[in-house]
Design a protein around this ligand. Structure first.
Ligand code: DLL
Length: 436
C-alpha cells in the first residue's frame, strides 16, 4: 500500500524517546493543573500521599487510584471540570443506560485538539480535501456526529451533516451528491448496503471509496462484508465520550491495528479483576490518562473496553502505539448459570458458518430458577430456501460449536432473512428478559 497520507507528520511519526519526553512534560502539567483546580483529584492525591511533583516518571502513575464512571457520576454535573464554566464552549454527554449520564466539557482549545485528532484518523483512513463526506452518525449530545464533522472540515473535505436515520434520504444523497466517504456505525453501514440492494441501486454506480466506522465492536468478517457490499475500504476508529469522543485511536489503510494518539493520551492495560498493570502486548482493560485536555482532564480513567496494545513498525510510518480492535466491554459480560460469556464469542462462532448473516440477537430469559440463553440468527436467502433437513443439520452443528466455545448449552433459532430489526446507531444485540 503506497497511498499512506499522514495528517501531522511531525507528531504521528515522532521517535519514541522524544514522544516520551513530551508525554512526561504534559503529564506533569496535568497533575499540577488538577491538583490546583479539581477538588476531587486533590483529595485523591492527598489520600494516596502523592504530590504533583512526585510524578517523575510513568511508573509513578501507578500510585494514583483509577477514575471510574461512578466517580464522574458522583461529581455530576460539573464537579470534575478543571476550568470555570465560562471557559467551557461545549457540553456533550455519554449515553447513560442506567443512572445519570456523564457530562463532558470542552474549552475552545479542547475542540481544536479534538478536530486535529479526528483529522488524523480520517486522513489515515483515506480522506482528503477532495472528498465528499456523508456523516450518518447522530449529531447532538452523542459525540460521533460533531467529532467526525470537525475532523472532516479540518481536512477541508465537503461535509454532508445528514446525521443518522432517514435511510431513504441517505441513499438519495449518497447517489446524487456523489458521496465518496461514508461515516457511521458499522451496523448502520450494513443496513444502508441492504437498503441500496432493496432499492436496486448497484454500489458500482456510486462514488463511494472509503468508509470510516466506529462506536461499536465489529469483527473482521463484518469488515469484509461491508467492503464487498459497498465497494469501499473500511477502517475502524475508536473513542469514548468521557475522553472527548472519536479521535482516541484509528486505523490506517494497513488495517493492522488502531494508532493511539499517545501525544495527547497515555494508555495503560490493566487486569480488569485486580487492577494490576499488565505488560505491553497483553490483553485487558484499557485505562486512559488525558495529558492535554483543559476542561476535563481524566487521570487513569477505566474505559471498561477490552483490548491489547503493541508496538510494531507500521507500513504507514506512524510510530504511535497500536491498539487491537476492541472486542467488547467488561460490562458486556453475560453471566449465565455461573458461566461468563462475551457476545463477541457468540459472534465468532456464528460467523464461522456459511450462509449466516451478521444479524443476530442473544436473548436471556429465566425458566423457573434457571437462566436460559437463546440465539436468533438470520440466514441468507439461499440457505433459507434450502431443504429443512439441511437447515436442521446446520442448527445442530452451530449449537455444538457454541457449546464447545461457551461451555454452555444454548438454544438456537435460524430466522428469515431481514426479519430482525436493523440499527441506525449502535447495535444492541443482547436482550435480557431475566429481570422483567
Ligand atoms: O461511541 C465515540 C465514538 C463516536 C467513537 C464515533 C467512534 C466513532 P460513547 O457513546 O461514549 O462514544 O461510547 C463509547 O463505545 O467505550 C466502546 O465500548 C465503544 N466503542 C467506540 N468505538 C469503538 C470501536 C463513542 N471502534 C464506547 N470498536 C466505548 C469497539 C467501540 N467499540
Amino acid at each position: 500500500m503506497s497511498d499512506h497520507r499522514i495528517w501531522d507528520e511531525e507528531r504521528e511519526t515522532m521517535p519514541r524517546d522524544e514522544l516520551e519526553q513530551l508525554q512526561l512534560e504534559r503529564l506533569q502539567a496535568t497533575f499540577n493543573r488538577v491538583y490546583r483546580n479539581v477538588k476531587f483529584y486533590r483529595n485523591r492525591l492527598d489520600e494516596a500521599g502523592v504530590l504533583p511533583e512526585d510524578i517523575k516518571g510513568f511508573g509513578d502513575l501507578g500510585k494514583i487510584p483509577f477514575t471510574t464512571k461512578e466517580d464522574l457520576r458522583e461529581n455530576y454535573p460539573y464537579g470534575i471540570f478543571a476550568v470555570p464554566l465560562r471557559e467551557v464552549v461545549r457540553i456533550h454527554s455519554s449515553t447513560g443506560t442506567t443512572g445519570k449520564p456523564t457530562v463532558v466539557g470542552y474549552t475552545r482549545n479542547d475542540i481544536d485538539t479534538w478536530s486535529e485528532l479526528v483529522a488524523r484518523f480520517m486522513t489515515a483512513g483515506g480522506v482528503t480535501k477532495d472528498d465528499v463526506v456523508q456523516i450518518a452518525f447522530g449529531y447532538g449530545l452523542f459525540t460521533g456526529g460533531f467529532g467526525l464533522h470537525y475532523g472532516a472540515e479540518r481536512i477541508g473535505a465537503s461535509v454532508i451533516p445528514i446525521s443518522s436515520g432517514n435511510t431513504r434520504r441517505q441513499l438519495m444523497i449518497m447517489e446524487d451528491y456523489r458521496t465518496s466517504v461514508l461515516v457511521c456505525t458499522p451496523s448502520y453501514s450494513i443496513y444502508l448496503a441492504e437498503a441500496l440492494e432493496e432499492n436496486g441501486i448497484n454500489a458500482d454506480r456510486l462514488s463511494l471509496r472509503y468508509g470510516l466506522f466506529g462506536s461499536e465492536p465489529w469483527s473482521e468478517r463484518m469488515r469484509s462484508e461491508i467492503e464487498s457490499r459497498l465497494g469501499i475500504i473500511a477502517t475502524d476508529n475508536y473513542g469514548l465520550s468521557e475522553v472527548m469522543g472519536p479521535g482516541v485511536a484509528g486505523e490506517c489503510l494497513a488495517k493492522s491495528g488502531l494508532h493511539l494518539n499517545e501525544d495527547h493520551l497515555i494508555p495503560e492495560i490493566i487486569d480488569p479483576e485486580t487492577g494490576e498493570v499488565l505488560p505491553l502486548g497483553e490483553r485487558g482493560e484499557l485505562v486512559i490518562t488525558t495529558i492535554t485536555r483543559e476542561a476535563m482532564p481524566l487521570i487513569r480513567y477505566r474505559t471498561r473496553d477490552l483490548t491489547r496494545l503493541y508496538r510494531e513498525e507500521c507500513e504507514c510510518g506512524r510510530t504511535l502505539v497500536k491498539m487491537e480492535k476492541v472486542s467488547g466491554r467488561t460490562d458486556d459480560m453475560i453471566i449465565i448459570r455461573g458461566v461468563n460469556i462475551f457476545p463477541s464469542q457468540v459472534e465468532k462462532v456464528l460467523f464461522s458458518f456459511e450462509g449466516i448473516t451478521p444479524h443476530y440477537r442473544i436473548v436471556l430469559s429465566r425458566e423457573g430458577a434457571l437462566d436460559e440463553m437463546a440465539v436468533l440468527v438470520e440466514v441468507n436467502e439461499t440457505l433459507f430456501f434450502d431443504e429443512m433437513k439441511k437447515q436442521r443439520l446446520l442448527v445442530e452443528e452451530i449449537k455444538e460449536a457454541l457449546r464447545s466455545e461457551l461451555g454452555l448449552k444454548v438454544s438456537l433459532k435460524l430466522v428469515e432473512p431481514r426479519s430482525l430489526e436493523r440499527f441506525k446507531g449502535k447495535a444492541e444485540r443482547v436482550i435480557d428478559e431475566r429481570e422483567r
